[in-house]
Design a protein around this ligand. Structure first.
Ligand SMILES: [Zn+2]
Length: 103
């Protein structure tokens, strides 16, 4: 698939995900405020919780994609041994503290 098309599809999917989770959250709040005995609690509270969870998952996926975390993995610093991020395929890496000390 061509790159602009893939970008458009990804943006449409992200927009749908945000819209669904916000609608679920708003619908849950609306159902909760109707004060229908039993049903407000039975339908409103789970809808609010699922809406919040979907929002968190959506933001987490967006942040992961923006930060490019799939291009990095955790290795031990070759100087102090603390865990640090290194590009995939790189096994020896200095942590930012050790890099600053050697300058
Ligand atoms: Zn280090």
């Amino acid at each position: 698939m061509r790159e602009p098309m893939r970008y458009t599809m990804r943006m449409m999917r992200a927009t749908a995900r945000y819209t669904i989770s916000l609608l679920l959250f708003a619908g849950g709040v609306w159902t909760f405020t109707l004060r229908i005995p039993v049903w407000s609690l039975l339908l409103g509270v789970p809808a609010i919780q699922v809406g919040i969870m979907l929002l968190i998952v959506s933001f987490d996926q967006a942040a992961e994609r923006t930060a490019g975390l799939k291009q990095y993995h955790i290795v031990s610093c070759e100087v102090c041994g603390n865990p640090t991020a290194a590009p995939i395929g790189e096994t020896h890496e200095k942590c930012p503290d050790c890099r600053a000390k050697t300058r």
